[in-house]
Design a protein around this ligand. Structure first.
Ligand SMILES: *[C@@H]1O[C@H](CO)[C@@H](O)[C@H](O)[C@H]1NC(C)=O
Ligand SMILES: *[C@@H]1O[C@H](CO)[C@@H](O)[C@H](O)[C@H]1NC(C)=O
Ligand SMILES: *[C@@H]1O[C@H](CO)[C@@H](O)[C@H](O)[C@H]1NC(C)=O
Length: 318
């Protein structure tokens, strides 16, 4: 069954592919892979193993292989006056519903949820490895524009990386939501552009701006006192989280212990901590961005935290 959608999808999470491989290797009917997610480790597999129905675009049907390190550098954020004012060439395809946000479940390999709603507003994309960067690229922002097709407006639109592109058709390949792909068109020409399916575009990395939003932490389903998985969202600036550290509180007085412990990147923008003894809240979290600046959300997660809850900090990168 996994094989059927395998070939009709160019934008899959690595987890989905791993799950598909397991499906092929393990006898059908075994539910062994699903059980992994109860311990949190595979919390992405159940949602991301859904079929990604491809829209008009793509047809990027290369044989599935393990991604090798890309020889192409990841574009840097910020001012880069070289190469046509920083614009680089890429190819774009699209997937999902024509006016959708990409994946059927409005999520994606980064773990963000409801990407059809603000602040993502369906302006989302899968990136291949120099863009997705093994999850570090989740939440980064790019301007995209197209000029090659008659329906193209040439006007730059901003998209956020929310998913991984497993079958790139070019050194830089954006597999866009139907909405984002159509947004590059002249007024009323969105469908005409989507009909082209695959087009040449230009792109550049830009800082993200989430006006009015602070850095937010979503406790992933399956978290428990010995396993905490946190999705980090809405960082202004480069959007790349390089490190997340956690500080527990003392059970005696509820004050922070003063000891930062590193969390591990789990997948996408999700960071995890596994411990043998129960973790003691409230938790403070320290987020480090790509330029090494840190931001501390002091006791942002209360002692009585619940999985699947969102805890907003009062801090934000500039
Ligand atoms: C600017 O772009 C060039 C190549 O396009 C790259 O080598 C350089 O590191 C970039 N500089 C910055 C500050 O991003
Ligand atoms: C980028 O830097 C160049 C020279 O370093 C400058 O001329 C240009 O105005 C800058 N562009 C932006 C958008 O800041
Ligand atoms: C990291 O955060 C600092 C402080 O908020 C900010 O000035 C800087 O621009 C951020 N770095 C990037 C690359 O966005």
């Amino acid at each position: 069954m996994a094989v059927l959608w395998w070939w009709s999808s160019s934008c899959l999470s690595s987890r989905a592919v791993a799950a598909a491989l397991l499906c092929l290797l393990v006898a059908h009917g075994s539910d062994g892979t699903r059980h992994n997610s109860n311990n949190g480790g595979g919390s992405g597999s159940s949602s991301s193993s859904k079929s990604h129905k491809q829209g008009g675009g793509g047809r990027a049907h290369a044989a599935p292989t393990t991604p090798s390190p890309s020889p192409y550098p990841s574009p840097a954020a910020g001012n880069n006056s070289s190469s046509d004012d920083g614009w680089l060439n890429a190819r774009a395809t699209w997937y999902g519903a024509p006016n959708g946000a990409g994946p059927d479940d409005n999520g994606g390999a980064c773990g963000f949820k409801g990407v059809n709603m603000p602040p993502f507003s369906a302006m989302t994309s899968c990136g291949n490895e120099p863009i997705f960067k093994d999850g570090k690229g989740c939440g980064s922002c790019y301007q995209i524009r197209c000029k090659a097709h008659p329906a193209c407006s040439g006007v730059a639109e901003t998209v956020i990386i929310t998913d991984m592109n497993y079958y790139p058709v070019a050194p830089y390949h954006f597999d866009l939501s139907g909405t984002a792909f159509g947004a590059m068109a002249k007024d009323e020409h969105n469908d005409e552009l989507r009909h082209a399916g695959i087009i040449d575009i230009q792109f550049k990395r830009v800082p993200c701006q989430y006006p009015g939003l602070t850095v937010t932490f979503h406790i992933e389903r399956g978290s428990n006192p010995n396993y905490l998985a946190v999705l980090v969202e809405y960082e202004n600036g480069d959007g790349d989280v390089m490190q997340v550290d956690l500080m527990e509180s003392s059970p005696d007085d509820g004050e922070p212990t003063g000891v930062w412990e590193p969390m591990r990147e789990s997948w996408g923008s999700i960071w995890r901590m596994d411990t043998r003894r129960p973790l003691q809240g409230p938790f403070s979290l320290r987020v480090t961005n790509e330029s090494g600046k840190t931001l501390v959300a002091d006791q942002v997660i209360p002692a009585d935290w619940q999985p699947d809850n969102v805890y907003s900090s009062i801090v934000q990168f500039e």
